[in-house]
Ligand binder design. Structure first.
Ligand code: PGA
Length: 261
């Protein structure tokens, strides 16, 4: 079975209300759906309501532009000040959620235990997690990347109390984020294969088509062309380049390789 590829825009906190709505409208107007490809945009929380109104038609089709959040509450709706619950995300047709981005692990002290709860909450409520893993520069330089990534996966997924229908892992080396430097193609392929192998052991009953491993960190309209040719690269998590209409649409088109696996 063919795995559809994913192109996910992580808008971080770059865009305000007017710019965010304008970009979403421009993407809806100019996006040409590609075969076997799903496009998701992840705006800041306060933009989700307005942008879900821009995307209603596209929410109906898997080839359209879908909505994701940059985080999810570990708890059901209730007395959790500052959190955004899965039920509100579902109301807004927000079917994906980035969990464990390195900027939240570092800037918001998100722990493995907390991330596990968020993953369970998303999976049990029909929201597909985009779980981020990735090593810091010193780990990369000391060639400990594979062990580091495996430890990040087992820290949350061993004894996991839910079975994911769909799971997206974003491999994002921390040193590649926002730096215009990316690992070599063979390094990316090796890490993605390792992630797939680890997940097959952690989730033996989940079909391999339901697990996708995407790459993130300085993806642009040019470097995506060779990265998408790697057999284990199922798409991209795009930061800075996703807030430019031209760059993001070019990444979408340039990531449409003839599907081979
Ligand atoms: P970048 O960010 O594309 O700006 O490097 C990627 C990410 O942090 O998800």
């Amino acid at each position: 079975m063919k795995k559809s590829r994913l192109i996910i825009g992580n808008w971080k906190s770059y865009l305000g209300l007017a710019d965010g709505i304008a970009l979403a409208k421009a993407l809806v107007d100019h996006h040409v759906p590609q075969a076997n490809q799903i496009v998701v945009i992840c705006p800041q929380f306060p933009l989700l309501g307005a942008i879900s109104q821009v995307l209603p038609f596209h929410q109906q089709t898997s080839n359209g532009i879908l909505l994701g959040s940059q985080d999810i509450s570990a708890w059901d709706a209730g007395a959790h000040t500052g959190d955004v619950s899965h039920s509100l995300l579902s109301d807004l047709c927000c079917h994906y959620s980035i969990i464990g981005h390195s900027e939240r692990r570092q800037g918001n002290q998100e722990t493995d235990a907390m991330l596990k709860e968020k993953l369970v909450m998303a999976i049990n409520n029909g929201i597909t997690p985009i779980f981020c893993v990735g090593e810091p520069l010193n780990v990369y330089q000391s060639k400990q990347t594979l062990a580091f990534i495996e430890a990040q996966l087992t820290a949350v997924f061993s004894d996991f109390p839910a079975i994911p229908d769909q799971l997206i892992i974003a491999y994002e080396p921390i040193w590649a984020i926002g730096s215009n430097i990316i690992p070599s193609l063979s390094e990316i392929e090796t890490v993605h294969q390792h992630i797939n192998k680890a997940l097959q052991q952690l989730f033996p009953v989940t079909p391999s088509e339901s697990i996708r491993v995407i790459y993130g960190g300085s993806v642009n309209a040019d470097n995506c062309k060779s990265m998408i040719q790697q057999p284990s690269v199922d798409g991209f998590l795009v930061g800075r380049a996703s807030i430019s209409e031209l760059d993001f649409l070019s990444i979408i088109v340039n990531s449409n390789k003839e599907f081979t696996s």
